[in-house]
Ligand binder design. Structure first.
Ligand SMILES: Cc1ncc(C[n+]2csc(CCOP(=O)(O)OP(=O)(O)O)c2C)c(N)n1
Ligand SMILES: [Mg+2]
Length: 827
């Protein structure tokens, strides 16, 4: 049975608290507006580019975030703040003493407060990064799943309460499909302790959003088992509704189209507008008189309000009413997922409130000056934390010091490293048999599952409906499927024979997902941050078909950007899956592996290489920069996530023993399978499943070109990164941050050094040829690169390799051509 989080203490509900919260809400709105203004209008510009920042999006959530941070949240809660409210987030951190003035002044500048809240780039307490809309919301759902995974296994640190995973999202984020993928998956897993707070300002970037959507949101959430709490009106409007004519007023607002309401908010405001804008303030009155003038009580209501008062009343939506927000959040004290729909006005209280073009709108100097005066802030005291608030500074400070959310600092947790056991090389069944890297992966996990090493208990696997076909079957048979309830294995109970024994229980260590790849990556992000979010280290392994990385690429990027640690196993890959073929062939993924920040990519050909890479990965996943390790230039101290591109093509395995030198080469990205003679005029370079073709070509060449080398590239990514970093170190002639001694050769420079200066390289892989073509730039060697550029045809391997020109003959043709070019160049 899952219990609800700690209730909020009753004494916290004193009206005095409300007074302080209201003051802080005004300060938060001011500071967020001023931070943006400062960056755009006061800090000198060097490039003439607009700095930007979103004053309207920020104003929309100033009340909601003030209520959450200063009143509602607890230290164990985790929050994803909508990207464009970053200035509000930083203002709150500043008030809590967790963000520096310097960083606010440097908003959107190097080292300063980031444009969108960033776990890895911001100095203050960001729980979950946001930026790509829709992903932050999904992140909180999967974080809740991870929290329960740990809780139900008794693995949360002693005394650590479960927190709420809160996402404050813009309403337009609900257009993103990944949100619904996450909702569905969350429902399947019966997630708890998730709050999504929708800033329902009915505006996106370009304009107001359709009126038809509103009635859909609650139904969608309710269908997924969520509680929906809609807060539409603030206390002023509620009071007006209770007066004569109030019912008609309410009906009028309820049926007012989004765009008209927004336009009137813009026209009607008088808060920071100059006298010249007076003619715009007639909006509300004109429309209400025209539509409701004959209703009893309406004239009296309107006559009792000046323009400013009428604007205040009509913009008093719930999301700007502190008492309403506070009560709304406090009313929920169980663990059922809850969606709060808070009506707001984009740009609330600012000159462009409600204007459809306000997304990138910035107050001009005169307008911010008016707003400053309105806020009683003396000129020169713009950054002062308490200036203009009619509450004693000591009282405010005492309140801030006692904010529950900030009671523990740092809120980010850590967890000790888990020792990595030796990983043996999987062997083919039978004498002289063959093995694919995918099969070897399954065997390695099977061996880990049998093992009682602590590492195996921390591994959690997950897959979007390709668990069996990516060879996780043996692992799952041993370690079981995670489920909140003990569901057993129906097929087994019914004595239906199957190789898959899928017992579902809280003990299970595999989280089975539906097909949506976005969910895989966001779950990997949540699992891979478990040590920093929940204080318990997990080692997540996610499997999927290689081509479908592209389906979830933004979510993968999001996971890496947050610094999450996971092992991504993508298989099968390339055209080598042959008859399976067609749309399942991946071409560009090796380039994704090279380009994706935070992800080290490997493509092994043999089982022993894979074993080395996996052992290294389990260690690399756990590094945090605290110890100097490996090669400084390869993020080897910081660590990161790892992507293994595997294949179903079974290869004959090399007969060799793994020594430390080979192990290091495999990790650094390449080794000579057949070392070249000094001054060799040719080398064949290959990656992955095309090893037999490269070897056959090399054998055929041996007579004509003795001394030619055969280079096995196990990681084009690390090889390239090492080379780039070494060049950078030499350019700047100082070790700098990456720790590379300036004179050091990178791994690929050392490997290629024996070749003749005018030697040729022929590179080949089952992937885009550009993955290896850069090798020619290392020493200026003439290079012919073979690979796959087109895809979509099913066939067997001989036909496909021939069609794509990655077979032995194509390699030999390229070698012959390059030899000829060399001779011609020499003449
Ligand atoms: C995936 C993605 N697509 C597009 C954008 C560009 N973009 C930034 S904000 C925005 C609209 C945001 O509207 P909403 O979520 O309602 O927030 P509001 O500005 O109204 O507070 C868009 C399209 C983005 N950040 N991420
Ligand atoms: Mg919006």
């Amino acid at each position: 049975m899952v219990s609800a989080p700690d209730p909020i203490p009753a004494d916290a509900a004193l009206p005095d608290r409300l007074r302080l919260l209201r003051a802080l809400e005004r300060k938060v709105l001011w500071l967020s507006s001023w931070t943006i203004h400062h960056a755009n209008h006061i800090r000198p510009s060097r490039d003439g580019l607009k700095v930007g920042g979103h004053q309207a999006s920020s104003a929309s959530v100033a009340t909601i975030l003030t209520a959450l941070y200063f009143d509602i949240l607890r230290p164990e809660d985790r929050i994803a703040v909508k990207p464009h409210a970053s200035p509000v987030f930083h203002a709150i951190q500043y008030l809590l003493g967790r963000q520096s003035l310097e960083n606010l002044k440097n908003f959107r500048a190097l080292g300063g407060a980031q444009s969108y809240p960033s776990r890895t780039k911001d100095a203050d307490d960001v729980d979950f990064s946001t930026g790509s809309v829709g992903l932050g919301a999904a992140m909180t759902s999967f974080a809740a799943l991870v929290q329960d995974y740990l809780h139900l296994k008794g693995r949360l640190p002693d005394g650590q309460a479960r927190g709420r995973m809160v996402s404050v999202v813009g309403d337009a984020e609900l257009d993103e499909g990944n949100v619904y993928e996450a909702l569905l998956e969350g429902w399947k897993h019966d997630i708890r302790n998730v709050w999504w707070v929708i800033d329902y300002n009915r505006q996106s970037l370009d304009s107001t959003i359709t009126d038809l959507l509103y009635s859909r949101f609650d139904q969608l959430f309710e269908a997924m088992g969520w509680r929906v709490v809609t807060a539409k009106y603030g206390s002023l409007l509620e009071a007006a509704f209770a007066r004569p004519g109030g019912g008609a007023l309410r009906e009028w607002i309820d049926s007012c189209p989004n765009s008209l309401y927004a336009a009137l908010c813009y026209k009607g405001g008088a808060l920071v507008r100059g006298a010249a804008d007076d003619d715009r303030t007639k909006g509300w009155r004109e429309h209400l008189v025209a539509d409701l003038g004959d209703e009893r009580g309406i004239r009296a209501l309107l006559d009792g309000l000046d323009d400013a008062g009428l604007q205040r009343l009509m913009t008093n939506l719930a999301g700007h009413d502190m008492a309403t927000m506070q009560a709304m959040f406090r009313a929920v004290d169980d663990d059922r997922p809850t969606c709060f729909i808070a009506y707001t006005i984009k740009g609330f209280g600012l000159p462009f409130e409600g204007h459809k073009d306000n997304h990138a709108g910035l107050m001009n100097p005169a307008q911010i000056d008016g707003f400053r005066e309105e806020s009683n802030i003396p000129s020169g005291a713009e950054w002062d934390r308490f200036a203009g608030l009619e509450i004693d500074s000591d009282e405010l400070q005492a309140f801030l010091d006692a904010v529950p959310f900030a009671a523990r600092y740092p809120r980010r947790t850590s967890a000790p490293r888990v020792a990595v056991p030796a990983i043996g090389t999987p062997r083919p069944a039978g004498q002289g048999g063959t093995l694919s890297t995918q099969a070897a992966f399954g065997q390695i996990l099977d061996a880990l599952a049998r093992d009682d090493a602590p590492l195996a208990d921390r591994i959690v696997t997950t897959s979007p409906d390709v668990t069996v076909s990516t060879n996780l079957g043996a692992w799952v048979n041993r370690r079981g499927i995670f489920d909140r309830r003990d569901r057993g294995d129906t097929f087994r109970d019914e004595k239906v024979v199957s190789a898959q024994q899928w017992r579902q229980s809280t003990e299970g260590q595999h989280i089975e997902l539906g097909i949506a790849e976005n969910n895989l990556f966001i779950l990997l992000a949540a699992l891979g941050l478990s040590h920093e979010t929940f204080g318990t280290r997990l080692l997540p392994i996610g499997t999927l078909y290689d081509p479908f990385i592209q389906r979830g690429l933004d979510a993968l990027n999001y996971a890496c950007y947050q610094g999450a640690r996971f092992l991504l196993v993508a298989t099968p890959s390339g055209v080598s899956l042959a008859p399976e073929g067609g749309a399942h062939q991946s071409v560009g993924t090796p380039l994704i592996g090279m380009a994706q920040d935070g992800l080290a990519a490997f493509e092994p050909a043999y089982a022993d290489e894979l074993a080395v890479q996996m052992a290294w990965s389990f260690d690399y996943l756990q590094r945090d920069g605290s110890a100097r390790r490996g090669r400084g230039w390869l993020r080897d101290a910081q660590g990161g996530s790892v992507y293994l591109r595997l294949s179903t093509r079974a290869l004959e395995q090399p007969d060799r023993t793994m020594d430390n030198a080979l192990r290091q080469n495999i990790v650094d990205g390449a080794y000579w399978l057949k070392p070249p003679a000094t001054g060799a005029e040719l080398a064949v370079v290959y990656t992955g499943a095309v090893a037999p073709e490269a070897i056959a070509a090399w054998n055929a060449l041996a007579e004509d070109i003795p001394g030619a080398g055969l280079l096995a590239v196990t990681s084009a990514d690390r090889l390239n990164a090492g080379w780039t970093a070494a060049q950078r170190a030499r350019q700047t002639a100082a070790p700098k941050g990456d720790g590379t001694p300036p004179g050091t050769l990178s791994h690929i420079e050392s490997l290629l050094a024996p070749l003749a200066p005018d030697a040729g390289l022929v590179t080949v892989l089952d992937g885009h040829p550009a993955t290896l073509s850069w090798l020619g730039a290392v020493y200026g060697h003439r290079t012919h690169s073979l690979g796959v550029e087109h895809f979509g045809q099913s066939a067997d391997i001989p036909d496909l390799y021939r069609a794509h020109r990655i077979d032995t003959e194509a390699i030999l043709d390229a070698c012959a051509k390059i030899a000829l070019e060399r001779l011609t160049a020499r003449r």
